[in-house]
Design a protein around this ligand. Structure first.
Ligand code: UDP
Ligand code: MG
Length: 324
């Protein structure tokens, strides 16, 4: 926590940043007038997620111009989810807005967030009205994921809601208290509950650079999401096993009766091979599913810090590791 004397800024903006040197200045230029007009006081907390370009230098320059713009820089790339967690750890505002650095989340929506917050909503999420800027594959994948999550999950994800949102201090503290390392924030926002509402917005095109999320990364992200919020995949393995065992018993009975009535004949070699391969496949899949969960348990029990801070820009605190 900052020194007790420092007054709390009313509004904090948390921005995860990974190789966004060209986007930072335009983002701040667009944000500042909106913040000045809508908040009694504000701060911007950028989290440099181990960028390899001029991002950190750009953040230093911004902080030199305006001390309300602070940043922490990770020792390496820890991923966007972790960057958001770090941002929430370092934000002091009564309300915290999370947004991307690439100007895909229009700052002009923030006043609408604040209006909802003043109405008493604690968890105000931006709801994307379209996914125009994305490839068909990505869009369909997202759709399939939300369907799967909805049918598996015990947690409900509002449709089209992402990381662009305003969180009340109470929600931020609730999120900070969650100990897990696999941070699927979309699920966590929903899991903590509180009065929530959506504000529709149109996703803009990325200003500079390209998306950091390749398809393979999205896929592992999706599995992270499902496995941290549902044990249904484990149950699928069980039920599949039960179903196959029943089929196998019936087939066994059938062959027994047939042999008793008509005697044996040798043919049936192909069906034997096919069934062996089928059952080994099912076993390996089930084992793999269990393995995924065991791997996640392993990652959690190691209790490593969620992130390591390499440098602080503008904060007065000196500690070098995360508080968790
Ligand atoms: N980002 C990050 N760490 C990463 C990847 C991305 O902090 O490992 C940040 C990135 O700088 C941006 C936000 O997360 O501010 C969203 O990333 P991006 O625009 O690449 O994702 P997309 O909009 O395509 O989902
Ligand atoms: Mg983007």
């Amino acid at each position: 926590m900052p020194p007790a004397a420092a007054p709390r800024p009313q509004l904090s903006i948390v921005v995860p940043v990974y190789n966004e040197a060209d986007n930072l200045a335009p983002l701040i230029a667009r944000l500042e007038p909106i913040l000045d007009a809508n908040a009694a006081s504000w701060e911007i907390v950028c989290v440099d997620d181990g960028s390899r370009d001029g991002t950190l230098a750009a953040l230093r320059a911004l902080n030199a111009q305006d001390s309300r713009i602070n940043a922490i820089s990770f020792s390496r790339n820890f991923g966007k989810e972790v960057a958001i967690a770090a941002g929430l750890d370092h934000a002091n505002g009564d309300a915290v807005v999370i947004m991307d650095a690439d100007l895909q989340h229009p700052p002009e929506v923030i006043p609408a967030f604040l209006a909802k917050w003043r109405e008493g909503f604690l968890n105000v999420y931006g709801q994307r009205t379209d996914r125009e800027g994305e490839s068909r594959l990505k869009r369909n994948f997202a759709k399939a994921f939300y369907k799967l999550f909805a049918s598996f999950g015990e947690t409900e994800l509002p449709e089209g809601a992402g990381d662009f949102r305003l969180l009340d201090r109470r929600v931020v503290e609730a999120l900070r208290a969650l100990p897990e390392r696999a941070r699927f924030s979309k699920g966590l926002y929903a899991w903590v509950g509180f009065r929530a509402t959506g504000v529709p917005f149109a996703v803009a095109d990325r200003a500079h650079g390209e998306s950091k999320f390749r398809f393979s990364k999205l896929f592992s992200f999706a599995f992270d999401g499902i496995s941290s919020f549902s044990t249904v995949p484990l149950k699928i393995a069980t039920w599949l096993g039960v179903a196959i065992a029943i089929v196998a018993t019936l087939t066994g009975l059938y062959f027994m009766v047939r042999t008793l009535l008509f005697g044996t004949d040798l043919p049936g070699f192909p069906s034997l091979i096919v069934s062996i391969m089928f059952f080994s496949g099912i076993q390996l899949i089930s084992l793999g599913m269990i393995g995924e969960y065991v791997g996640r348990i392993f990652a959690e029990v190691k209790r490593r810090p969620l992130y390591l801070v390499g440098e602080r820009v503008g904060f007065d605190r000196q500690d070098s590791a995360s508080p968790r």
